[in-house]
Design a protein around this ligand. Structure first.
Ligand code: ADP
Length: 461
């Protein structure tokens, strides 16, 4: 069942229940108040009559006194203690004969339903004792058909029924309007989502009115989510285009040397040697680049960190040992405490440090200094070189993928433009920071900031 129909039916059913309850209260209150009013009116008449009648009055005089008090369909009679009628006036003989006379020494009312002319009729009977010399000598019985009450009751019932039907119809119309009002933005969202599903292209919801309600909040959140999705898709597209572009150059070089080899290389040993060397160099570059792609994908995927306590002094010494034998460069480690520990993923932290030292080796010729410091809530690993530096206006770009300050030089040194992006991602995973300070022609200092807190699983506490 559609949600609009559901809202409609539920609200209408609820309104009908409320109306029925209100109607019942109105109906029964009306009946009670009217009956009480009728009773007190009859009592008043009876009391008045008792005062009018004298014991000495003859039967005909009494009748004369009683007659003016008769209402439309009623009877008035005096009943003896043996339940016999002494005097009776009526304008509805049938009614009077249906009600048996009754003697009572107490004032009271009685309500009876009798059948008259094949119809059920409500009769009100009031009995008032007649006293003489402190003794009850008879009962004045006043009986009246409650015609007014019956017609009032019928009229009230029809008004209440009409009001209930009107209320139900208005509630149905109102419910429809309300559910349409609520459902319009939801239908809008459903249509947009269906469009996205069909076309596969993220699309935002058009917010027509600024309602500032939960539904608008939902649409705004959805649009924000789509915005991020679009951003990520754009990044992905950009990455594919940049990566293809990066791979194109070495592949073109490999192909042209392979062509050369095919054409004449085998006849000329020197040409063949050069060609094979170049093919090897470019293939190594492609291999390095694909490794970097995988590293980048890994650091961006949000994979769990294998966090544990690491002594950064020991870790750096180990890295230097491995790099020194390969690069033959002077790398000095400076620290105040021999045990500076951080909680981090060892493999990833090592990867980030190697990226910084590798850059320092590539873009400088002098010695390289590595400082290990602790400051407030941070453990800082700083790699400083005294090389070509980075122009100030380029510093903010160096974390972008495939960004290289000097493309030609970078190609010479085997740079891919991905190292600092990977290092930044690693720091982000550790809820840390990476900062580059550089002066062109003087040197560069890159600092890794690691928080000193504790890690619980993949979450930093
Ligand atoms: P690459 O593999 O090209 O070194 P990176 O992302 O590590 O890629 O660095 C981006 C660019 O930033 C480099 O191409 C280089 O121009 C510049 N760069 C990074 N580190 C240094 C440094 N220590 N000295 C000078 N330039 C640097």
């Amino acid at each position: 069942m559609k949600i609009t129909t559901k809202i409609n039916l539920i609200t209408t059913a609820w309104i009908i229940c409320v109306l029925l309850a209100v109607n019942a209260v109105v109906f029964f209150s009306f009946m009670k108040i009217t009956v009480n009013m009728e009773d007190s009116e009859l009592f008043q008449k009876a009391d008045y009559l008792i005062n009018e009648i004298n014991k000495e009055d003859s039967q005909s005089v009494i009748k004369e006194k009683l007659t003016p008090y008769l209402t439309n369909q009623s009877f008035i009679r005096i009943v003896q203690p043996d339940a016999k009628i002494i005097n009776q006036v009526t304008n509805d003989q049938q009614l009077a004969s249906k009600i048996k006379p009754k003697f009572t020494s107490e004032k009271g009312t009685e309500r009876r339903t009798i059948r008259l002319n094949h119809q059920e009729e409500q009769i009100a009977i009031v009995r008032v004792p007649i006293q003489a010399h402190g003794q009850v000598v008879g009962t004045l019985e006043f009986g009246e058909k409650l015609v007014g009450l019956e017609t009032g009751k019928d009229l009230l019932l029809s008004i209440l029924t009409f009001c209930t039907i009107l209320g139900a119809v208005l509630s149905l119309l109102g419910g429809r309007w309300l559910s349409n009002l609520i459902m319009r933005p939801i239908s809008n969202m459903i249509n947009t989502m269906e469009d996205i599903e069909k076309s596969g292209i993220p699309k935002k919801i058009v917010i027509q009115h600024e309602t500032k309600d939960e539904l608008q909040k939902l649409a705004v959140t959805f649009n924000r989510m789509i915005g991020r999705l679009e951003e990520n898709l754009e990044k992905q597209r950009q990455f594919i285009s940049d990566a293809s572009h990066e791979l194109k150059t070495p592949l073109t070089v490999i192909k042209s040397y392979a062509d050369l080899l095919l054409r004449r290389g085998l006849q000329n040993e020197e040409v063949a040697h050069d060609a094979i060397e170049s093919i090897h160099l470019e293939a190594t570059r492609i291999q390095k680049m694909t490794e970097r792609f995988l590293d980048l994908a890994d650091t961006e995927s949000g994979n769990r960190l294998e966090a544990k306590s690491i002594n950064v002094v020991a870790l750096c010494e180990l890295i230097f040992k491995q790099l020194k034998s390969a690069y033959k460069r002077e790398i000095s480690l400076h620290y105040q405490e021999p045990d500076i520990s951080v909680v981090a993923d060892e493999v990833k932290l090592k990867q980030a440090i190697i990226i910084l030292i590798d850059n320092a080796i590539k873009y400088s010729k002098d010695k390289i200094d590595v400082y290990l410091k602790e400051k407030e809530q941070w453990t800082i690993i700083s790699v400083k070189d005294y090389g070509i530096g980075i122009p100030e206006c380029e510093i903010e770009n160096v974390f972008e993928r495939f960004y290289r300050v000097d493309k030609a030089r970078s190609r010479e040194t085997g740079g891919t433009g991905l190292g600092l992006s990977i290092a930044k991602n690693i720091m982000k995973q550790h809820q840390g920071e990476i900062i580059v300070r550089s002066t062109e022609g003087v040197g560069t200092e890159v600092e890794l900031f690691l928080p000193k807190g504790r890690w619980k699983g993949n979450v930093f506490e």
